[in-house]
Each structure stands twice: as C-alpha cells, then as structure tokens.
Design a binder for this molecule. Sequence first.
Ligand SMILES: Cc1cc2nc3c(=O)[nH]c(=O)nc-3n(C[C@H](O)[C@H](O)[C@H](O)COP(=O)(O)OP(=O)(O)OC[C@H]3O[C@@H](n4cnc5c(N)ncnc54)[C@H](O)[C@@H]3O)c2cc1C
Length: 335
Amino acid sequence: MEQYDVIIIGAGPAGLKCAEILGGSELKVLLLEKNEIIGPKVCAGGLSALNTLLNLPAECLSFEKQKIILNNSKYDINLVNPVKIISRFDLGQSQLDEVKKFSNIIFKKGVRIEKIHNEFILTDKSEKIYFKKLVGADGSSSITRSFLKLENKIYIGIQYIIPKTHYELVYFLNPKLLKTGYGWIFPHKKFTSAGVYFNPKLISPKKAKSSLDKLLNVYGLDFASAKLEGALVNTLFKGLKFGNIFLAGDAAGLASANTGEGISYAIASGHDIGKYILDKSYKFDKIKEIIKYKKRQEFILKIFDKFPVLFVQTLMFKIFIKLIKQPKFQKFYGV
Ligand SMILES: Cc1cc2nc3c(=O)[nH]c(=O)nc-3n(C[C@H](O)[C@H](O)[C@H](O)COP(=O)(O)OP(=O)(O)OC[C@H]3O[C@@H](n4cnc5c(N)ncnc54)[C@H](O)[C@@H]3O)c2cc1C
C-alpha cells in the first residue's frame, strides 16, 4: 500500500511553498502536479507589498508609479511600495529548485488527481495513494474543495499576452464598461499583459472582452498579435483546516475579490499549513498578517457593488483615487 504522511495536490505557489516548509522534516511528503511544466499560469504576475515571503530576484521589474484611467481622466499615483512584476515561469522554477533540495519530498509531475476519498486519492494513472494529511493547493477549480463540499465565489481574469514590452503600469476603471471590475496593463520584460478582472454576475465574459478591446484601442496599445487567455479566481475563504484536509491559495478562496491578487496569499497559506503540520501550536501567523487586506478590499468592493448607478460609482471611484494617492491609505488598503 502506497502511503504518505502528507500529500500535496498542485505545484503552484501555494503547494510548492508548503512542500518547501515540510522539506527536511521526518515526514514523507508527496507533491503531485498535473502539468509537465512547473510555473506557467494565466496570471499578470503583479505583486504588491503583501508579498513578504518571497526573495524576489533583483532584476524583476519594479514600478514606483502607476496610472489610473477613470473613464477619460488620467491620474498618476506615486506608490510607497513599488509594484513588482514577476514571471510565473521563473517563480515556479525557483520554488521548485528549493523543493528539490529535500529528499523527503517526492515530486511527481504529469499526474492528475481524479478523485479524493477520506483516506486516499486516485490518480489518472489509476494509482491509489493513501495519506494521513492532504493539502489541496489545486487552484480555483480545486477538486479538494469540491470534496469538502464548500461553495465558491468565482471572479474571472482575461488577459492578452502581447509580444512587446511597454513602459508604464496602467489600471482602467470604467463602471459603464466594467462595472466594479478593472482593466490593467502590466509590462513584463519580454511581453505585456493587458487584461480585465470582473465579476461574472455583473458582466459576461464576452462583454468584458469587448470592453477590454475598447479600452486598449482608446489607450492606443496594439494587441493585434496577442494571445488571449483566461482563468477563474475563487475568492470565498472558508478556512484553511478541515480535519486532516487543508486548503491553500486559490483552493482556499484566498485571492482578493476586489483586486484578484492571489500569489502572496497562496504563498503565505502554503507556508502556514506547512508550519502547522510540523507544529500544532503554530498560529497561522503569515496568513493572519495579510488576510485583513483581503477583508478591507472586499468591504470596499461591497460598498461599490451596493450602488450600481453609473454616476454614483464614478463619484466613488473619484473618491477612491483621491484616497489611494495618500501613502496612509495605500498602507491601509494593501498596495
Ligand atoms: C488573468 C489573471 C491574472 C492574475 N493576475 C494576478 C496578479 O497580477 N497578481 C497576483 O497576485 N495574482 C494574480 N492572479 C491570481 C493568481 O494567479 C492566483 O491567485 C495564484 O496563482 C494562486 O496560486 P495557487 O498556488 O493557489 O494556485 P495555482 O497557481 O492555480 O496552482 C494550482 C496548481 O494545481 C495544479 N492542479 C490543479 N488541479 C489538479 C489536479 N486535480 N491534480 C494535480 N494537479 C492539479 C495546477 O495545474 C496548478 O499548477 C491572476 C489570476 C488571473 C486569472
């Protein structure tokens, strides 16, 4: 019978961090990933100040200013904490390098978990593998979360990958086109991510895409040769621990419904679950440090969503921009 102390499903930022923390312990750990290549994920790669656990390479892009375009008005915002832009491939590979240092972590790629039972999992290779503890770090369409019968609150991110660099970080706010969602332009070293994040209960993916096209055309960004991609973002947090089963990152619904930011939450939760598995007295400190920002951002989003009248939302966005210019509010809001 194949049995592990801990099985981690998913080698995204959450699963890899959890494996790294368990590395070097006496536990026999199995990390399983359905993809063959570790890292790539539909994601704009932006990191705010909430990232406290990543040693970012010095050469990652950093922006001290961002532009907000509200309808037709442009605002320049100086950031106390620069936004960092990372490559998901590089992040995944550097996290994997850390994990590979440990002989107690068995890593298998190209293995999809198809079913979860109380004490074992079944893979697409018809393997039955037993666990004492299971960590679901399997993203927004988590099979682990489904097994726990937890509901979801899904947002969507759609982005163009434009094979050209760009010079400025831009956010688009436009309640007529995007309701309380937003658009972005995030420059990377060799390409640019231009996308839209939205609540599918308020606008359809088709409308969100055509709104994004409109905004990029008006801004003057050429996306003719771009690749379009999209993914779900689960934002309903119900906890990290459910008996001997844990949820981390997007599987736990940790991404912010307001901003879609999820990498820092994924890493903090993977870290904390690993620490807790090693020591029951551990208090999930890292996630506690930052989850307050998700709650604040979602509280503000709730107020915006309560007043779906165009001129009221425009006015509220204007107030928001006035506030976000203030270093104190940036700190409060978590940028
Ligand atoms: C368009 C878009 C833009 C975004 N931009 C940003 C941004 O700028 N900044 C930010 O912080 N966040 C952003 N996010 C959110 C961010 O991508 C996620 O929050 C983050 O990737 C969550 O990490 P995770 O480890 O929890 O899950 P994931 O990164 O989704 O990793 C889960 C892993 O589990 C694997 N897996 C899933 N199911 C199985 C299975 N059954 N068996 C085996 N393996 C499985 C997957 O292949 C994957 O590798 C964006 C999201 C979208 C959609």
